[in-house]
Design a binder for this molecule. Structure first.
Ligand code: G1P
Length: 259
């Protein structure tokens, strides 16, 4: 399976922070935002990754990420999106890279606490259809929201005023090779974008969309509130890991040495 990170867009909800740089280059506590989705893929064992970006700061990604050495990658691939056509439009640029393989797509402003390796492995074995991940949230109307009937998803609604469930469809998606043909059949939504939600609905209409609920925390970081939340969650994780490290080295030091 190959990985795709979508890191384009205008980031208009973060103006003026994004007037002179790309949203995904902004800091989340101690690292640039784009590190997180790349690491999510790399740590799940995905070695071939494409970063799709656009705008005036595209070159900064090259300087920051290089060939992905710091993520244990041999090479990082790049694609440039001209203009703004939405998430599914950006994904279209991944077609030559995917070259018929299944893909795991991560939105560049999505952060997950735990490994997604289990989901990667399950989809790798299945190899067809699409798979989405859900997380219960307090404000579902900001996201894609699944509508359930008798325990099955019957529809995904994009930013519904009255959410039909407390779940958000998070920005980590698994697709088979039919994804690009499906994108070519999408029409722009009311906000003039090719919506990833409609792409998911096209799989759903054929009974080919499955889902699981994500373990651990998840957040996007595309608004001031969610960027602050992401920063705090990452800070807590970093502090906890440091404490655990100190704790285990203290335990090692405390072990008496017998000669
Ligand atoms: C996008 C998707 C939405 C999804 C969200 C996850 O929203 O359109 O379905 O739930 O990412 O972060 P956007 O970031 O464009 O508001």
């Amino acid at each position: 399976m190959k990985g795709v990170v979508l890191a384009g867009g205008l980031g208009s909800r973060l103006h003026p922070l994004t007037k002179i740089t790309n949203k995904h280059l902004l800091p989340v506590y101690n690292e640039p935002m784009v590190y997180f989705p790349i690491r999510t893929l790399a740590e799940a064992g995905i070695r071939e990754i494409l970063l799709v970006t656009g705008g005036q700061n595209a070159g900064d990604f090259l300087r920051l990420l290089g060939n992905g050495e710091s993520f244990g990658l041999r090479q990082l691939n790049y694609a440039y999106q001209v203009g703004e056509g939405g998430i599914a439009d950006a994904l279209r640029l991944a077609e030559p890279f995917a070259d018929g393989d299944p893909i795991c797509v991560v939105l560049g402003d999505n952060l997950v606490e735990k490994s997604i390796a289990r989901h990667v492995e399950q989809f790798r074995q299945r190899g067809e259809g699409a798979h989405i991940l859900l997380k219960e949230v307090s404000d579902p109307s900001r996201f894609g929201v699944p509508v359930f009937e008798e325990g099955r998803i019957v529809r995904v609604e994009e930013k519904p005023e009255k959410p039909a469930s407390p779940y958000a469809v998070i920005g980590v998606y698994f697709y088979d090779s039919s994804v690009f043909e499906r994108i070519s059949r999408l029409r722009p939504s009311g906000r003039g974008e090719l919506e990833i939600t409609e792409l998911n609905n096209s799989y759903l209409a054929e009974g080919k969309l499955t889902h699981s609920v994500l373990d651990g925390w998840w957040t996007d970081a595309g608004t001031f509130e969610s960027l602050l939340l992401a920063t705090n969650l990452v800070a807590e994780s970093v502090t906890r890991k440091e404490q655990e490290k100190n704790e285990s080295s203290r335990r090692l030091e405390a072990v008496p040495i017998h000669s």
